[in-house]
Design a binder for this molecule. Structure first.
Ligand code: URP
Ligand code: ZN
Ligand code: ZN
Length: 474
């Protein structure tokens, strides 16, 4: 048995803050208490440091084929980046190709992930083609530990499903104890607006935002909330960006519907002004970044419990994909945001975040008094674990839980640059931002994967997380 004794740290959970020694035995937390004896354990002094559960990012797209290219982090580089940012578990979206079975789609993602992964990962599955066979197949994917479905209400002609599909799968998922997730934007409306702007020559990057209005998100959110209400099905609305849509979620929650939602860091910090910059393509994601009042509204919604989680929608692309970068001594080149030069509708949609999320939320959320340290843990780890069937083995610092832990040096500082981050891309939207408080040691199932700037992980060393059904409504 490999033992590590972490002494004198301040444990932060979603509900408590207290000092305790913590003994890791192999991959679990074996014991917590005052003055635990070292015996044969390796001792780590965490006096004055903070200990949180490892972050859980329930919304990522590693190596996703999209917009004629592929997102630039794979399961190795993405999980390495995650770990450096204090995130030890992520859930990636398997996307069903048309005509494919869900089992086949999941198998494809296992092939992508298995030999590369370095941390913990699970899968959701996005249905794009709901045949009768797929309907029958839904309950059985829970046996593989995939207990959440995703439906895109946007990306017409690519991933978008109609209301029949959404409603049927909501009912089927609920029956099987699974949760349904939606990308809530009215894709038919977006399609009209995008085509109209392109054909009138409104091609500048900011027209991405004007073609994805807040009310298109609000409408789809209300529709999904209402359909979940009719089906009596749990619903999780991904990447919520604005007051208009969160108000719809609140309307459902206040009436007792089992509906929840997340936002992502980019929606807390950026606005359409960023799209107007000369490098605006870096900020193109769907739904788009909005306006300042929405940044403020979302912070308040997080603090007040109107939103239940912060994920990332990590889907990085290169900014200048015509030029290679070096990653771990190897050249990497992939088409990226330059595909949309001169036409906003061709810019690959997506931003990085898996490494940045915990860091910017700590400095600019907790550090600025917008959320408490306990709320930070709740939003980044505990609620994600509860909602997606991983609690209490993950998302909490407690005896018996997996030893996915972050020891934070709350006084350490760093200025973000894409060059000192580990996400495989050629830019960082937080370039130049100052961080106060950084992960010093990151344990994944008891293994010290990150220690300061040192990386101890390796491709293939990660583990697939089987998630349970009937997760919590928080
Ligand atoms: O722009 C985004 N969000 N890209 C990733 C795919 C999605 O919609 O989540
Ligand atoms: Zn989406
Ligand atoms: Zn996404």
């Amino acid at each position: 048995i490999m033992k590590t004794l972490i002494k004198g740290g301040t444990i932060i959970t979603a509900s408590d803050t207290y000092e305790a020694d913590l003994l890791i035995a192999d991959d679990r937390i074996a014991l917590m208490g005052a003055d635990l004896p070292a015996e044969d354990a390796k001792v780590v002094d965490a006096t004055g440091k903070m200990i949180t559960p490892g972050g859980i990012d329930v919304h990522t797209h590693l190596e996703l084929p999209f917009f004629g290219t592929v997102s630039s982090d794979d399961f190795y580089t993405g999980q390495k980046a995650a770990a450096f940012g204090g995130t030890t578990t992520h859930i990636d979206f398997v996307i069903q190709a048309k005509g494919e079975s869900l089992h086949q789609a999941i198998e494809n993602w296992h092939k992508k992930a298995g030999s590369k992964s370095a941390a913990n990962y699970g899968f959701h599955v996005a249905i794009t083609d709901l045949t009768d066979e797929v309907m029958d197949e839904i309950p059985s994917i829970a046996d593989e530990g995939v207990t959440s479905l995703k439906l895109f209400m946007a990306y017409k002609g690519v991933f978008q499903v109609d209301d029949t599909t959404l409603f049927k799968s909501l009912m089927k998922a609920a029956e099987a104890g699974m949760i349904t997730m939606v990308h809530a934007e009215n894709g038919d409306v977006l399609d009209v607006l995008i085509n109209e702007n392109v054909s009138t020559g409104n091609l500048a990057t900011e027209y991405h935002a004007y073609s994805h209005p807040a009310w298109a998100e609000a409408e789809a959110t209300m529709r999904a909330v209402a359909l979940a209400g009719i089906a009596g099905a749990p619903l999780y609305v991904v990447h919520m960006t604005c007051e208009e849509s969160v108000d719809q979620l609140r309307y459902g929650r206040e009436r007792g519907l089992p509906v929840m939602g997340e936002t992502c860091p980019q929606y807390l910090f950026f606005t359409v002004d960023n799209l107007c910059q000369s490098d605006g393509a870096k900020y193109v994601c769907s739904p788009p970044v909005r306006v300042e009042k929405d940044n403020e509204y979302l912070w308040n919604a997080l603090a007040a419990g109107h939103l239940q989680a912060v994920s990332t929608d990590h889907c990085p692309f290169m900014y200048e994909g015509t030029k290679p970068i070096e990653y771990e001594g190897e050249q990497y080149q992939m088409a990226g945001k330059e595909l949309g030069q001169g036409d906003f509708s061709k810019i690959p949609n997506g931003m990085h975040g898996i490494e940045d999320r915990m860091l910017v939320l700590w400095t600019y959320g907790v550090g600025k008094g917008r959320i408490s340290p306990n709320k930070f843990v709740e939003l980044t780890a505990t609620n994600p674990a509860k909602i997606f069937g991983m609690y209490p083995s993950k998302g909490v610092v407690a005896v018996g839980a997996d030893a996915d832990l972050v020891i934070w040096d709350t006084e350490a500082t760093k200025v973000i640059s894409w060059k000192n981050m580990h996400t495989r891309t050629d830019h960082n939207v937080y370039e130049g931002w100052e961080l106060i408080g950084l992960p010093e040691r990151v344990y994944v199932r008891g293994q010290l994967l990150v220690h300061g700037e040192t990386w101890n992980g390796e491709p293939g060393g990660g583990s697939y997380v089987r998630r349970s059904t009937h997760a919590q409504i928080v």
